[in-house]
Ligand binder design. Structure first.
Ligand code: PGA
Length: 274
């Protein structure tokens, strides 16, 4: 199946068209659905106990579940979370140790048994001024230290309205592609900034279009194999109410969920894939 799909992807590239066959193939590549909860700067121990309590049963075993936890609670959540829930940091720096006040390193995360990190979230980019290059360096460094990475990309409202969505998303992905070769441990989270925390979800069609275009771009600029195997999450106001429709899109392989990951409905989102 793999080589047939790759061949189709190449044929579609050669003809410069977004080949439906290649797309259908990409849907059959066995990408495991992956849902991340990004708690951001939220939660106390008491609230964390409640959130984890909600997640202790009813999770679809076919979905990979990761919770993105404030650094101070990582160790605690590691000790409390059931084995089927992975734990992610929301950031880490591109050095093992040293004079970087306030930062944490991949080495430290591995030391406490954390295997995932979210990098390049738009809040890190916008509020803390992280550039495409810095994000890419962090992704490369985290991967080389054995972490798995959820790498976030996405356009602002102004960029979308200016017709620049693909340009921005491709540029952000290219920066990462410049620094890494192996995408096995990377999940991409496409999160339109205008949809984050606003209640304005991208429609399933809008999200699918960007995911499909990004996969096509990756097939040309990275490789056919990576394009068909890399998992692309959608993020931005995903809820229990809209998750099933989004999950039904062929190129949406999971979600990165902010606000709703703090609520009981997160279980419904984990189980969105039919
Ligand atoms: P939201 O956040 O689900 O609250 O929109 C998503 C995110 O920032 O990852």
């Amino acid at each position: 199946m793999k080589s047939v799909c790759r061949a189709n992807a190449y044929v579609s590239e050669a003809h410069g068209i977004k080949n439906q066959e290649a797309l259908q193939c990409s849907n059959t590549m066995g990408r495991k659905f992956v849902v991340g909860g990004n708690w951001k700067m939220n939660g106390t121990k008491a609230q964390i106990n409640e959130i984890l309590g909600n997640l202790k049963s009813g999770l679809n075993a076919d979905t990979e579940v990761i919770v993105g936890v404030p650094a101070i609670y990582l160790d605690y959540v590691k000790s409390q979370a059931p084995a089927n829930i992975e734990v992610a940091a929301q950031n880490c720096y591109k050095a093992d140790k040293g004079a970087f006040t306030g930062e944490i390193s991949p080495l430290m995360l591995k030391d406490i048994g954390v295997n995932w990190v979210i990098l390049g979230h738009s809040e890190r980019r916008q509020i803390f001024g992280e550039s495409d290059d810095l994000v890419a360096e962090k992704v490369a460094f985290a991967l080389s230290n054995g972490l798995k990475v959820i790498a976030c990309i996405g356009e602002t409202l102004e960029e979308r309205e200016g017709g620049k969505t693909n340009e921005v998303v491709f540029r952000q992905t290219q920066a990462i592609a410049n620094k890494i070769k192996d995408w096995t441990n990377v999940v991409i989270a496409y999160e339109p900034v205008w949809a984050i925390g606003t209640g304005k979800t991208a429609t399933p069609e809008q999200a699918q279009e960007v995911h499909k275009d990004l996969r096509q771009w990756m097939s040309t600029n990275v490789s056919g194999d990576v394009a068909s195997s890399v998992r692309i999450q959608y993020g931005g106001s995903v809820t229990g109410a809209n998750c099933k429709q989004l999950a039904s899109q062929p190129d949406i392989d999971g979600f990165l969920v902010g606000g709703a990951s703090l609520k009981p409905e997160f279980v419904d989102i984990v189980n969105a894939k039919q």
